[in-house]
Design a binder for this molecule. Structure first.
Ligand SMILES: [Zn+2]
Length: 280
């Protein structure tokens, strides 16, 4: 695989009871970070995996019924924390970003799309189709804020399902195949079913740390992967499919058990966010 320089971006936090995300978690509210990742590709330049929170999230959750989303998971997002501002501060103008890779369409992963108008949008067809399902209240309850999606998304979308399928390295078993997004083996999208329709992760060869699997919301924390501890069925059934979500978490647990040094990064992992802050 071609090496990629990966830079984690902490875009804010939301708060909700830990027991919504971990079956044996506590009732008291806990801050969950929202991470995006800037990937510097040797030829294509800056690529962004998810966008995290953005001021557009606050605007989209001002009216009802979308405000219910913000009430359910109160968000803390300060100026300059959005992915676009952080990219610019690192010397990468958002207009120069040519590729966005979206794990799924929940609002806390896509709020910043508007700031990257020249990027192709790599995503799951199943995910984008699901965005159009139901009215505003139903969508909001499922974590979807349609106002965050650009009007030209259909023209800019490149679907994971259409990318060349390639075998994954054996250490990633039981995951078997990935979608080669750029055709050079550098960005391999891997389906991680369960969290919501069309939920995928991304495997890269991180120049500093070796193989690095960005697993988005397939787990809420690295600790959950280590302990194979899913969220309660109530939470998972609300958003996606409990059975396949648990299978995916167990598969990640198997990968970790065999190769504990390989990096698996959930988007809302506090350990990973602490590392990101230490590096910044
Ligand atoms: Zn999600």
């Amino acid at each position: 695989m071609r090496e990629i320089h990966a830079i984690p971006l902490l875009t804010g936090h939301c708060r909700h009871p830990e027991c919504m995300t971990l079956r044996d978690g506590r009732w008291q509210p806990v801050a969950f970070p929202a991470l995006a990742t800037l990937l510097i590709h040797p030829d294509e330049g800056p690529v962004l995996f998810d966008t995290g929170y953005d001021p557009a999230f606050m605007a989209a959750t001002r009216p009802f019924p979308e405000r219910l989303y913000r009430w359910a998971t109160p968000v803390s997002h300060t100026p300059g924390q959005d992915a676009a501002s952080q990219c610019a501060a690192l010397g990468y103008e958002p207009t120069a970003v040519r590729h966005l890779v979206l794990s799924h369409f929940h609002g806390d992963h896509v709020a910043g799309i508007h700031a990257f108008p020249n990027a192709q949008i790599h995503c799951a067809r199943a995910g984008l189709q699901d965005v159009g399902r139901g009215g505003r209240l139903t969508s909001t309850r499922r974590g979807i804020l349609r106002a965050l999606l650009p009007a030209d998304i259909a023209a800019r979308a490149r679907f994971f399902e259409d990318a060349p399928s390639t075998p994954l390295p054996s250490w990633l078993s039981p995951f078997e195949r990935g979608a080669d997004l750029l055709g050079d083996g550098s960005l391999l999208a891997v389906e991680l079913p369960g969290h919501c329709p069309g939920h995928w992760g991304l495997l890269i060869e991180d120049a500093r740390r070796g193989p690095h699997f960005l697993v988005a919301d397939a787990a809420w924390s690295s600790d959950a992967i280590r302990r194979d501890m899913p969220p309660p069925g109530l939470t998972t059934a609300f958003l996606g499919d409990t059975g396949s979500g648990r299978k995916t978490l167990n598969a990640l647990h198997q990968v970790w058990s065999r190769s504990p040094d390989i990096r698996l990064t959930p988007s809302h992992c506090r350990e990973r966010a602490a590392e990101a802050q230490a590096e910044a």
